[in-house]
Design a protein around this ligand. Structure first.
Ligand code: NAD
Ligand code: D3J
Length: 331
């Protein structure tokens, strides 16, 4: 504007897209929790929001912009056309349709796959260097399909997987032991949701494996019923849905924790969904959650966890079911 000319000497052309641009695709309950959390953690100077509901996404953008004075004034843009995601470093995909009452998972899968088929190639052509984080459910198989549709190397396509399951697991352990959750270490791996696998042998406080002190931990004949904790991880998802109709804050915080590790390249380990072919004796090309080292290049390493035969058997069962579902899909 003419005033800008009066106020400023221009020294160099400003870069339009920030180096750490984050995009959220699908600005429903989960997408906006992710957006709000990455902003309050000051992870980016530019956030793009896109959704097929034009009014909704514009309203969400404006509502966040009006708080800009309090969040290091990140640039926030929005639009129905995915082109506003161009040059992103991280793209969070929560686009999808929620499971209808009584809808089976395969039908939900086909509807969400159709959405990804139209979205993913466009997103990748606009941001070829981005790390994709898939949150839409069923997250493990949709992450596999996003990877196939993207043409990206497997390290660049990550599913939130059992990141939320693990954070609920650690919260419940912290409640049972009355110890801060940051000091309660435990991992849920495998398929996100009802059939996830708690690695009881790895639960520890300050590196002290609880099962060494209490061998009944996580077994069927345990007077303290620790197994109940994993059941509660699953049941609490249904309880939250019953109470508030959806889940948002915990998944938003868990995804922004992943984004922070990626953009700050801190090599922190997260339970996330990755290509596990060749891991734990799995031969098929499937995506399941295991502890992964994350950084700017996505998944750089998988931690070689020592699993019991029971834990391995559950993992292999999930892998074979996923392979079967993939084979039955019309990609
Ligand atoms: N992985 C996990 O741990 C976890 C946890 C909670 C929710 N979820 C999943 O996250 C997804 C989103 O949940 P939600 O509660 O936010 O649902 P929601 O219905 O509130 O939001 C989904 C959004 O996606 C948008 N959308 C649909 N098609 C689109 C397209 N082609 N392009 C862009 N946007 C599109 C919709 O308009 C809607 O705003 C669901 O699949 C849900 O199951 C996963
Ligand atoms: O907390 C959550 N809210 C959910 C949801 C969100 C909006 S509608 C449904 C939710 C809750 C319950 C079952 C449910 O069923 C599904 C459906 C498809 C699917 F691929 C995975 C779970 N989904 C999505 C979801 O994945 C979670 S986390 C979770 C779910 C089940 C067991 C354990 C955990 Cl940790």
């Amino acid at each position: 504007t003419s005033l800008q000319v009066k106020i400023f000497h221009e020294i160099g052309k400003p870069i339009q897209s920030s180096l750490h641009k984050i995009s959220v695709v699908g600005t429903g309950a989960v997408g906006m929790a992710c957006a709000f959390s990455v902003l309050t953690k000051n992870l980016t100077g530019e956030l793009a929001l896109t959704d097929v509901q034009g009014d909704r996404v514009r309203g969400e953008m404006m509502d966040l912009q009006h708080g800009a004075a309090f969040i290091k004034s990140a640039k926030i843009i929005s639009g129905v056309d995915p082109k506003i995601t161009a040059n992103s470093r991280v793209i969070i995909i929560t686009a999808g349709v929620r499971q209808k009452e009584g809808e089976n998972r395969l039908s939900l899968l086909q509807r969400n796959l159709d959405i990804l088929k139209s979205l993913v190639p466009k997103l990748v052509s606009l941001s070829p260097d981005a790390v994709l984080i898939v949150v839409s459910n069923p997250v493990d198989i949709l992450t596999y399909l996003t990877w196939k549709l993207s043409g990206l190397p497997k390290n660049k396509v990550i599913g939130s997987g059992t990141n939320l399951d693990t954070s609920r697991f650690r919260f419940l352990i912290s409640q049972k032991l009355n110890v801060g959750v940051e000091s309660c270490h435990g991992w849920i791996i495998g398929e996100h949701g009802d059939t996830s696998v708690p690695v009881w042998s790895g639960v520890n406080i300050a590196g002290v494996p609880l099962r060494e002190l209490y061998p009944a931990l996580g077994t069927d004949n345990d007077p303290d019923n620790w197994q109940e904790i994993h059941k509660t991880v699953v049941n609490s998802a249904y309880e939250v849905i019953k109470l508030k109709g959806y889940t948002s804050w915990a998944i938003g915080l868990s995804v922004s924790d992943m984004v922070e590790t990626i953009l700050r390249n801190t090599h922190k380990v997260h339970a996330v969904s990755t290509n596990v072919q060749g891991v734990h004796g799995i031969n098929d090309q499937v995506y399941l959650s295991v502890p992964c080292v994350l950084g700017e290049n996505g998944v750089t390493h998988i931690v070689k966890q020592k699993l019991t035969d029971t834990e391995l058997a559950k993992l292999h069962k999930s892998a074979s079911i996923m392979k079967e579902n993939i084979d039955n899909l019309k990609i």
